[in-house]
Design a protein around this ligand. Structure first.
Ligand code: AQP
Length: 351
């Protein structure tokens, strides 16, 4: 059966990029797949060890999941550190993955900056933990934003190398299952996971710079729309968003070399669930002074109910805490079964 896994780090305010690139897709996939949605707190300490109010951050991401429409009864919502299999499998994957693979990761290079020798070992190993998150549940599909594409390719490489290196033992233990990777069909233990990166919102850019992605860690709050921003803040940020002086084009081609205009049209299209060409057919020839208020209204209409729900959940976190505890128990049962298999395959004696 197709199984979905995805995670969000509890490292700050969720923004429109996280919502359109990830969380909204999580909600849609619930209809067709068995889903696990995880607040990845182990990842949260890789770039900065001491986090402000980590419990509050974990609850806040969970509140966003629930407010956006994720059903924790039908699917599994939990925080990563509660299921020890993530860390255990990550260790084994640290021994599968090669240092060269990790050194090539653009996110590591960006986050480590110039002083790479001083980055945490955890930041370098981040993609190995991410592979463990996904493969612990033998998930087949992972909805993410475009920035995670390279990490998902690495997850596929880790799964393929594990399957290859242990092929005989997987076979001998009767644990081989059919695996498809693109065109090819083979056998192995871990699936070759398919990334789900599609639609107009795979990479929402900063409102202040069309060349930078919208990000939680951007020092300028004007660069992003937070899920918790009120209607006034949303309208103000969109009004102040960087644009060029020209009117909107009527054709997609007219957005080339206009990254800020392209981004705003993309956000409109994603929020309205309409193709970009359709948005341009309506707004082509009009000025940003007309387009921006329409975009602000659209954003407020979608985000205001979500942030109101988030506040309601956070006012008394007991429901959130119960959801996370129950989710961890159910995730843990799947994880334990995988870890038993993996220990048998590697050759660790176990109970
Ligand atoms: N700008 C974006 N457009 C589309 N999708 C995005 N995502 C993040 N930014 C955008 C997707 O959101 C999911 C959760 O992200 P995360 O919190 O796990 O990590 P991140 O990518 O590090 O998020 P940020 O906001 O950009 O944080 P910082 O500033 O720390 O780098 C992922 O699926 C991600 O692709």
């Amino acid at each position: 059966t197709p199984r979905v896994f995805s995670g969000v780090q509890p490292t700050g305010n969720l923004h429109l990029g996280n919502y359109l690139g990830a969380i909204r897709k999580f909600v849609a996939l619930q209809e067709s797949h068995a889903c696990l949605y995880c607040v990845v707190d182990l990842h949260a300490i890789t770039a900065q060890l001491v986090q402000d109010d980590l419990p509050g951050q974990i609850r806040s991401i969970t509140a966003a999941f629930l407010a956006a429409g994720i059903d924790p009864k039908k699917h599994i919502v939990f925080n990563q550190s509660r299921v020890s299999g993530h860390a255990e499998l990550a260790w084994i994957f640290n021994c599968v993955a090669r240092i060269g693979w990790m050194n090539r990761m653009t996110q590591f290079k960006e986050k480590a900056g110039k002083d790479r020798e001083n980055a945490s070992l955890g930041l370098l190993a981040y993609p190995s933990l991410m592979a463990a998150d996904i493969l612990l549940y033998r998930a087949t599909h992972v909805p993410v934003g475009d920035d995670q594409k390279q990490h998902l390719e690495l997850t596929r490489d880790i799964a393929a190398k594990f399957n290859f290196d242990f092929a005989e033992r997987i076979e001998a233990a009767g644990l081989a299952v059919p695996i498809t990777a693109g065109e090819e069909s083979t056998e192995g233990y871990f699936p070759i996971t398919e990334p789900l990166i599609e639609g107009p919102a795979t990479r929402i850019m900063s409102l202040k710079d069309g060349a930078k992605k919208m990000s939680k860690s951007d020092p300028s709050d004007l660069s992003r729309i937070n899920l918790t921003d009120d209607a006034d803040a949303i309208a103000r940020k969109i009004r102040k968003a960087k644009t060029d002086p020209d009117a909107l084009p009527s054709e997609l081609d007219g957005l080339k070399e206009r990254p800020e205009a392209d981004n705003l049209v993309g956000i409109f299209a994603a929020l309205a669930e309409r193709p970009k060409a359709d948005v341009l057919a309506e707004y082509g020839g009009r000025q940003f002074s007309e387009f921006k208020p329409a975009l602000a209204d659209l954003a407020v209409g979608i985000l205001a109910p979500i942030s109101a729900e988030m506040r309601r959940y956070l006012a008394d976190p007991s429901h959130i805490d119960a959801v996370l505890k129950d989710g961890a128990e159910r995730a843990g049962a799947i994880a334990d079964a995988t870890m038993k298999d993996v220990k048998d395959i590697v050759g660790f004696l176990r109970d």
